[in-house]
Design a protein around this ligand. Structure first.
Ligand code: CA
Ligand code: CA
Length: 238
């Protein structure tokens, strides 16, 4: 059953690739930016693609060129609906192994919500856990979630870690989740929603997903305690 489904998926994928005269766009790093007050996803960027190269499953047609020529890095600077996005960069394999990282600096031209998503498929390092770290500053509100999907689907939802909402000033949070041993391929997806209530509000953040090796997972709890202690020390000394 599973094999035939895979075969069917491959056939469909091959058909799509033939249709667009290119290799399948869906099997790579994808960044989407969406002003939630306007209909549809505003920006879809596929790693090292010039835009308009095909459909990203469930999202729409890739419509902007990747601002980074580096394979494993996607970048977009520009307008997203009523928002101005100064920098939005996603990083994955092969630049950083077994990790997904999203850096974003946004200045709103108005009020509303901006949703940023980053996904990549095909991770293969054995793991039994997911580690999520986010930090940044905001005048508004930031909500984040990330998913590990053992079915390796682009934007797939599996084990999910939710963080926030973070409100006003500097914020920082680290969380972990564990699950049965996964050998891959699997996918990782990050979603961040920024809400601004006045023109000129600024949000910037760095959001990291990683899959620790099984042997190091036992250290995860200890590491989180250590991080919490470090954060307390920083607050005390500042
Ligand atoms: Ca929109
Ligand atoms: Ca790139």
């Amino acid at each position: 059953m599973k094999a035939s489904k895979t075969t069917l998926t491959s056939l469909v994928a091959g058909g799509v690739a033939l249709l667009f005269g290119t290799s399948l766009a869906n099997a790579s790093l994808v960044l989407t930016l969406d002003d939630l007050t306007t209909v549809g996803i505003d920006v879809i960027v596929v790693d090292n693609a010039d835009g308009g190269i095909g459909t990203v499953t469930g999202k729409g047609v890739s419509n902007f060129a990747d601002g980074s020529a580096t394979f494993g890095v996607v970048n977009y600077n520009g307008v997203v609906g009523t928002w101005t996005v100064n920098i939005s960069t996603g990083v994955s394999d092969p630049v950083i192994a077994d990790s997904l990282d999203l850096n974003s600096v946004n200045v709103s031209g108005g009020v509303g919500s901006l949703q940023i998503m980053l996904t990549d498929t095909g991770y293969t390092s054995p793991t039994t856990g997911l580690l999520s770290e986010i930090g940044g500053t905001t005048n508004g509100t930031v909500t984040a979630s990330q998913s590990f999907d053992p079915n390796n689907a682009e934007f797939g939802i599996g084990t999910t870690i939710n963080q926030g909402p973070f409100v006003g000033g500097a914020f920082s949070d680290t969380q972990g989740a564990s699950f049965p041993l996964a050998l891959g391929p699997y996918s990782l997806t990050e979603t961040v929603t920024i809400n601004h209530t006045a023109a000129g509000q600024i949000t910037s953040f760095d959001y990291s997903s990683s899959v620790p090796e099984p042997a190091s997972l036992g250290m995860l709890g200890l590491g989180l305690v250590g991080l919490g202690f470090a954060a307390r020390r920083r607050r005390k000394t500042s």
